[in-house]
Design a protein around this ligand. Sequence first.
Ligand SMILES: *Cc1c(COP(=O)(O)O)cnc(C)c1O
Length: 409
Amino acid sequence: MSTTDQKPMQFEPGAPATAEGTIPLCVPEIRGNEWEYIKECLDTNWVSSVGAFVDRFERELVDYVGAKYAVATCNGTAALHIALLVAGIQSEDEVLVSTLTFISPANAIRYVGAWPVFIDAEPDYWQMDPQKVIDFLEEECHWTNGELHNKTTGRRVKAILPVHILGHPVDMDPIIEVAKKYNLVVIEDATESLGAKYKGWMVGTLGDIACFSFNGNKIITTGGGGMIVTDNERWAEKARYLTTQAKDDPLEYVHNEIGYNYRLTNVQAAMGVAQLEQLDDYIAAKRRIAEGYGDAFGNMAGITPMQEADWAFSIFWMYTALINEENFGLDSRALLKSLQKERIQTRPLWQPLHISPAHVGSLSYQCDVAERLNRQALSLPCSVGLTENQQTRVERIVRQLCSQSTNAF
Ligand SMILES: *Cc1c(COP(=O)(O)O)cnc(C)c1O
């Protein structure tokens, strides 16, 4: 039995306490130097938004990813907001973004007064569909005086914001190629995929600027936190300036611009440094879990296990399978309820943003695949600390529910 079996039960941040024996969806793993480094902050009184751990976390993360500059932020959404600002996205610009994602990047686009254009997912790995990006730009936009404009709205199209969802990279080459052609900025939302690789390159180094998140359920966590990563020195400096209230004279408190209080604290960064030390182990655990589910469900007609492209190294951050209602006998939501009765936490993917009430008035382009994925997808327990016994229980009960419902017909 592994030592994690003896650990006190951990709970998803914000979720109500669950009974003994519950298998949570995805909870943090805290077993390294977190206590020691945080204690160091408390002992030395360096608890706020400057400190050695902030510098160290930025440097170590950017070294891990293989980019030049990093600016820590209080969360991933703030990182996206600032990335859009430093990349020059302006009010009434349009930004192409994945429709099948957590809502954060679309909200950040609205924070700067720009408009999202929601792009469908491809059916294999569920990422932003590069062919639909190209089709939209080629067919729905026109190029005049060195700028691309949406034919329908007349607005300037300024950036593409691919989101590497669930730990798997987006197929970036075609997106980068078309972005070059039309002089568009590429902003990567890499918040769910730290450590994932595209054709051997780390996500976060593929576009012009990238964002990470260290929220409670991400692969590594600082409780809440984020990071902007870029090779553009000017953008990095501007990001640092804007995240620290745009203070131009720290003695006299002179500000030439409106800034934001978006910095990460030293205490949080201390946790981040400790978590980063364990990232490779966490990724190995996530990949082991994915392999296990793949083996267990691979020959079942009712379930499509999560795939990894041959050009990808996925971190399988949130293990998700597709439930084919006809063959399985239950749809994804009925399966969720049945698993809940067995004290197994699962969750559907996000409502696609092109149908989100929060984003009515935004445009979308051919988003039918995302709607099907939303109906079929179910995320299964995949905490780094998931034990073999727990995973076997999930697999056994899913198999039972499948055959039960088939027998019932
Ligand atoms: C988690 C996440 C973010 C950032 O979330 P924060 O909670 O603000 O750190 C952004 N985009 C996606 C796709 C995410 O999953």
